[in-house]
Design a protein around this ligand. Structure first.
Ligand code: NAD
Length: 283
């Protein structure tokens, strides 16, 4: 499958990272959001990210400009008409995503593949929203998308094998490494990673050590490139909380109970880097 045009829904942290990566691979992108401000700030993030790559000599300025020129921004789902693949990367909310999937299926051609970058929602359940659930697949990128090589390709019960295979090849075309995963709460990486982050919030709340010491502990003692609390700020505390809630509900095991401190910080709007305040302050 050689793609010419890919639609991306949501211009936030993940959507703009995916858009940049796809555009750099020479593919036209249509980036959709409900908010003009989100489209503008997503585009500004891509400009800054590409400038960083060119100033370090990793990317030629002409390639950066060509990538930016390939990205169309729109608030109108009808702009997805000619997309051969649409990747949904909007806010993590089941009802919202169901609504988006229906709108996407109404405009794209019958052969188009529809994917979601959800961190925690069941791919099988999302697929069931569509008239043709076999065209739906999970395509889970990691943050920051331009830097991290992994894509989990998640097969729901109804996902057609050729759809999953095409998306795995597309991930390789983006210079990413796909792993094949069967639908299961948290998939592979978040099932293992987010409970560790959650445990760091319990350790912090119990006063065992400061945030900086917890992060230094995992960086220096376990050779992690970033500590669990710094990583929570990067991922978004709301995203981490929603993964823990899905693991608790869907696996039915209280060992996945979210830390009350994590829940409290999300309720206060301290979502991490994107709100300039999480465990650490970014102002
Ligand atoms: P975000 O909050 O940064 O961005 C979400 C964007 O979706 C916002 O710009 C919002 O305006 C837009 N949006 C909301 N409703 C919409 C609609 N109906 N149509 C179009 N756009 C809409 O969120 P994010 O961190 O980029 O996460 C997006 C998805 O990616 C979520 O499903 C999340 O679970 C998943 N994910 C996040 C990470 C991470 O580290 N943040 C990693 C992997 C996967």
């Amino acid at each position: 499958m050689t793609l010419k045009r890919v639609g991306i829904i949501g211009a936030g942290t993940m959507g703009n990272g995916i858009a940049q990566t796809v555009a750099l691979a020479g593919i036209d992108v249509v980036l959709i959001d409900v908010s003009q401000a989100a489209l503008a700030s997503g585009f500004a993030t891509m400009v800054t990210s590409l400038q960083r790559l060119t100033s370090k000599g990793i990317l030629e300025p002409a390639l950066s400009e060509a990538a930016l020129a390939r990205i169309e921004r729109s608030m109108d789902y009808a702009s997805l008409r000619d997309a051969e693949l649409v990747i949904e990367a909007a806010t993590e909310n089941v009802a919202l995503k169901r609504d988006i999937l229906k709108k996407v299926e109404a405009v794209v051609s019958s052969g188009a593949i529809i994917a979601s970058n959800t961190s925690s929602i069941s791919i099988t359940e999302m697929a069931a929203t569509l008239d043709d659930p076999s065209r739906f697949v999970g395509m889970h990128f990691f943050n920051p998308v331009p830097l991290l090589p992994l894509v989990e390709v998640i097969r729901g019960l109804q996902t057609a094998e050729d759809v999953a295979n095409s998306v795995e090849q597309f991930a390789r075309d983006l210079n990413k490494t796909p792993i094949s995963v069967n639908n299961s709460p948290g998939f592979v990486v978040n099932r293992i990673l987010v409970p560790m982050i959650n445990e760091a919030f319990f350790v912090l709340a119990e006063g065992v050590a400061s945030a900086a010491e917890i992060d230094a502990g995992l960086k220096l003692g376990a050779n992690h490139p970033i500590g669990p609390l710094g990583l929570a700020d990067l991922i978004g505390l709301d995203v981490c909380l929603s993964v823990m809630d899905v693991l608790t509900n869907d696996l039915g095991d209280q060992k996945y109970r979210a830390s009350p401190l994590l829940r409290e910080m999300v309720a206060a709007g301290r979502l991490g880097r994107k709100s300039k305040q999480g465990v650490y302050s970014y102002s």
